[in-house]
Design a protein around this ligand. Structure first.
Ligand SMILES: CC(C)(COP(=O)(O)OP(=O)(O)OC[C@H]1O[C@@H](n2cnc3c(N)ncnc32)[C@H](O)[C@@H]1OP(=O)(O)O)[C@@H](O)C(=O)NCCC(=O)NCCS
Length: 163
C-alpha cells in the first residue's frame, strides 16, 4: 500500500472507494458522482493505493486569512472534509496512516487546529477519538415531511435538549 497525492486519473477509484466506505454507515445516502475540488484553495488530497486500486481517501481544506472553512476554532484551521477506507481494508491502520501523512503536510503551514463533522457511527467516532479529536458541538438533523403528511417526530437520545 502506498499513500500518494490525489491526481485526476484516480477519480473513478476515488468515487468507488467513497461510496463503498459509506455503504454501511449513517452517511450511506451521501453519494457524490465527481470528486469535490477546492477552487484553488489550499488543500491536502491524499489516496491510499494498492495494486492500482484506491483503498483509502482523505481531503482536507485549509483556512486562509481571506477564507475560513473551519467553524468553531479561532485562528487558522483545517477542515477534514473526508477520510474513508474501502470496507475490505478497514481496521488495518490505513486511516491512521492517511491522517499521519496529512499532518506531515500541515507542518509546513500556519494551521493551528483541525475540525471535522461526523455522525453517530461508532467506528468513525472511535477512530477520531483515537486520533485525539474531542467533541466540540453536537447537533441534530431534523428531516421534514411534505405538508399534509403528518408524522410524529421521534428523536432517540435527545433527552430534554432543545432543537
Ligand atoms: C473511520 C475509518 C476512516 C477508519 O479507518 P481505518 O483504516 O478503518 O482505521 P484504522 O485501522 O487506522 O484504526 C484506527 C483506530 O480507529 C478505531 N477503529 C478502527 N476500526 C474500528 C472498528 N471497526 N470499530 C471501532 N473502532 C475502530 C480504533 O480506535 C483504531 O485503533 P486501534 O487499531 O488501536 O484499535 C474507516 O473505518 C472508514 O472509512 N469507515 C467508514 C466511513 C466513515 O465512517 N468515514 C468517516 C465519515 S465522517
Amino acid at each position: 500500500m502506498q499513500i500518494k497525492k490525489y491526481s485526476p486519473e484516480y477519480e473513478e477509484g476515488w468515487l468507488r472507494c467513497r461510496v463503498l466506505a459509506y455503504l454501511h454507515t449513517s452517511m450511506y445516502e451521501d453519494v457524490v458522482t465527481s470528486k469535490p475540488t477546492f477552487d484553488a484553495r489550499p488543500s491536502i488530497e491524499l489516496i491510499a493505493v494498492e495494486n492500482e486500486e484506491v483503498i483509502g481517501i482523505l481531503d482536507m481544506v485549509l483556512d486562509t486569512n481571506e477564507l475560513k472553512t473551519s467553524l468553531l476554532g479561532k485562528g487558522l484551521g483545517a477542515f477534514l472534509q473526508i477520510i474513508a477506507v474501502h470496507p475490505d481494508h478497514q481496521s488495518k491502520g490505513i486511516g491512521q496512516q492517511l491522517y499521519a501523512e496529512a499532518l506531515k503536510h500541515l507542518n509546513d503551514t500556519q494551521i493551528e487546529f483541525i475540525e471535522l463533522y461526523t455522525r453517530g457511527d461508532e467506528q468513525a467516532n472511535q477512530f477520531y477519538q483515537k486520533l485525539g479529536f474531542e467533541m466540540a458541538l453536537e447537533t441534530y438533523d431534523v428531516f421534514g415531511l411534505e405538508k399534509g403528511l403528518r408524522k410524529n417526530l421521534v428523536i432517540e437520545g435527545i433527552g430534554d435538549k432543545k432543537l
